[in-house]
Design a protein around this ligand. Structure first.
Ligand SMILES: [Zn+2]
Length: 189
């Protein structure tokens, strides 16, 4: 998909409420919105998404999406980082919200740059503090899967397949290496 179509159009100034009438494109082609009334400049920066890869009793924690897009597909717990959070703090919060599971001691495992859709993914490995699960508004099912039961054909995105694939390779070798890739796949909003 065209890069420009992912750049968000900002219609009103969040500082003074005026209509944004000026858009500036810099030399690299990035769009900035400028408020002519209060001089505020708005940048369309990438969104940060965090996910956790949590193993408990030799099984991996996955949740089934209850919201668009990809309703009914399985995914690693995760979501958008909020303002004033750390990346691992956001991953702990999202995992708790979506699965009910408390996780701790997160370590960065993989980083995906998705410039085409203006997103960056941080995937953390971590330990379970309390393994009890529950569903949420965003998840219709939460379950721990052994490697042989992973629903490979029903995973939400190729990115999830890739990270699980790396994880099981590393597990076999007994050494978890930091992984990174630049993927252009279309991911959820
Ligand atoms: Zn303004």
């Amino acid at each position: 998909m065209d890069v420009d179509s992912f750049q968000q159009e900002i219609k009103y100034c969040s500082r003074c409420g005026s209509k944004i009438e000026q858009i500036e494109i810099d030399s690299a082609g990035h769009m900035h919105h400028i408020c002519l009334r209060c001089d505020a400049v708005f940048y369309d920066n990438p969104k940060i998404i965090v996910n956790t890869l949590i193993e408990c009793n030799n099984k991996i924690l996955l949740c089934k999406r209850a919201v668009k897009p990809k309703i009914g597909f399985w995914t690693l717990p995760g979501g958008y980082m909020e303002s004033n959070e750390t990346t691992d703090g956001a991953a702990i919060r999202e995992t708790k919200e979506e699965t009910g599971v408390d996780v701790k001691n997160l370590q960065l495992y993989a980083l995906f740059n998705c410039p085409a859709i203006n997103q960056v993914y941080f995937i953390f490995r971590g330990h379970v503090h309390n393994e009890n699960t529950c569903t949420s508004e965003e998840t219709s099912e939460v379950k721990y899967f052994s490697e042989c039961d992973i629903p490979w054909e029903n995973l939400s995105y190729g990115l999830m397949r890739q990270v699980l694939d790396w994880y099981f390779q590393d597990k076999t070798e007994g050494k978890y290496r930091f992984r990174t890739d630049d993927t252009y796949e279309i991911c959820p909003d």
